[in-house]
Design a protein around this ligand. Structure first.
Ligand code: ATP
Length: 420
């Protein structure tokens, strides 16, 4: 299927309902160009004769419903055409959701609330992106709820909700303007499952309130992306999420056991659907995930390719801020003060004494002026780049110039080493 060169690149002729999968080599860039026909990348249409650039490690599928020819320029690790894709099943899923939206519109009800679940590396995020882009292309305004604290749309260690108004950018994904973000603080829900469930409930509440005042948001419904942790408390967190959001549909990718468990444990009116994963989904190593997280943080401060941001570095006096960690380490029940439960300790704001070990930590700037509580939104992030205990100040990297907009900072387990 690949033949000769098109504009210096390798040309691929794709038949209808096939996809070209490629991975960009480390340290390289690859340019993709649609030469003729129609094609899309994870639900976003390609423009003809426009060059799309993908950075090192990108794993991309160019799918065509009608047939097309494309060219790739640059070093790919692999590039092959596959006829075997679940795209038709995904499109049917989208069509079923769209019918639910039409019905919601007619009957003055709410649109579908969909939870996408499955183990790691089955393409959950990709399916979410696809369904959202298809919906928005039909003029819907669905909401993306991101509960994957490891690979968030925003900075890692957070959960968020964002209203989708246009298809994902082919190169960059969804633009994250004004999302609603909550601080979680680490990349696995297991570090504080109480907090994780509480944040899920908070997001569900905010979303429901929005649906009450915004008809388009209500009809658009939501697509919830979840973590790949599907056992024990991770499974319980999925059940909790389904009930908090009152989901109508659960899409289970790839795992029959999980499908059966959810069918057993969720109310009968919830449609649980098993979908195959795409053979194109690439497993990612721990290192690969860490790099992707690092890249997200870097993008938050420095921008993305075309758009450069210029972050600020300045000193913050310890006495001008209050730093907290959410959740005290759990202690045996018998040692808890009278009338206090384990839940209270996991949601408690524990003051952090500033010291050298703050260096490189990512801190969320809480929107709360004074008494922040676990589950209040975040208005931005900073990174501590240096600490001077003598002078009682820390140097921070911040997207905005001094002063900090708020004084309440929440510390994450996550670190970022600024190499710029
Ligand atoms: P996580 O374990 O982080 O929750 P996930 O299940 O959400 O992962 P994705 O992030 O959707 O998985 O996909 C993993 C990787 O595979 C991504 O880099 C994505 O771009 C790539 N990918 C998905 N589908 C395809 C495909 N059909 N062809 C090539 N690459 C793909």
């Amino acid at each position: 299927t690949s033949s000769g060169s098109g504009g210096g690149g390798v040309r691929f002729e794709l038949e209808k309902e096939t996809e070209l999968r490629f991975e960009v080599e480390a340290g390289e860039k690859v340019q993709l160009e649609l030469l003729s026909g129609l094609a899309e990348v994870f639900g976003s249409e390609l423009n003809r004769n426009k060059k799309y650039t993908f950075g090192p490690g990108s794993k991309i599928a160019v799918f065509t419903w009608q047939g097309c020819s494309v060219s790739l320029t640059g070093k790919t690790e692999v590039a092959y055409v596959s006829k075997d894709t679940p795209m038709l099943l995904y499109l049917n899923t989208h069509a079923a959701l769209e019918q639910m939206r039409q019905q919601a519109e007619r009957d003055n009800e709410r649109g579908p609330r969909v939870m996408v679940v499955g183990p790691t590396d089955v393409g959950k995020s990709t399916v979410c992106r696809l369904l959202l882009s298809y919906a928005v292309r039909l003029g819907r305004r669905p909401t993306l709820v991101e509960l994957d604290v490891g690979q968030s749309v925003s900075v890692p260690g957070t959960v968020s909700a964002l209203c989708i108004e246009r298809p994902a950018d082919v190169e960059e994904g969804f633009s994250v303007q004004a999302p609603l973000v909550f601080h979680f603080g680490s990349t696995t829900p297991g570090t504080n499952i109480k907090l994780y469930n509480k944040l899920t409930s908070s997001l569900a509440e905010v979303f429901s309130q929005r649906c009450e005042v915004n008809r388009k948001a209500s009809v658009g419904g939501c697509i919830i992306n979840t973590c790949g942790w599907v056992k024990g408390s991770g499974y319980q967190a999925l059940v909790h999420c389904a009930s908090a959001f009152e989901v109508d549909v659960v899409l289970v990718l790839d795992q029959e056991r999980l499908y059966n468990e959810l069918k057993r444990d969720l109310p009968h009116f919830v449609k649980v659907v098993l979908l195959p994963k795409s053979g194109g989904v690439v497993e990612r190593s721990k290192d690969c995930r860490r790099e992707a997280r690092d890249e997200k943080i870097r993008e938050y401060f420095y921008g993305f390719r075309g758009v450069s941001f210029y972050p600020h570095a300045f000193d913050v006096r310890f006495s001008d801020v209050r730093i907290y960690k959410i959740g005290a380490p759990s202690i045996p029940d018998s040692c808890l003060p009278l009338g206090m439960s384990q839940d209270d300790t996991q949601l408690k704001l524990v003051p952090v004494t500033p010291g050298r070990d703050l260096t490189h930590h990512v801190l969320s700037v809480s929107c709360m002026e004074d008494e922040a509580e676990a589950g209040s939104p975040v208005c931005g992030f900073i990174v501590v780049t240096a600490v001077d205990t003598q002078a009682q100040v820390m140097t921070v990297l911040s997207p905005a110039p001094r002063p900090l907009p708020r004084h309440t900072l929440l510390i994450m387990d996550i670190r970022f080493i600024d190499l710029k």
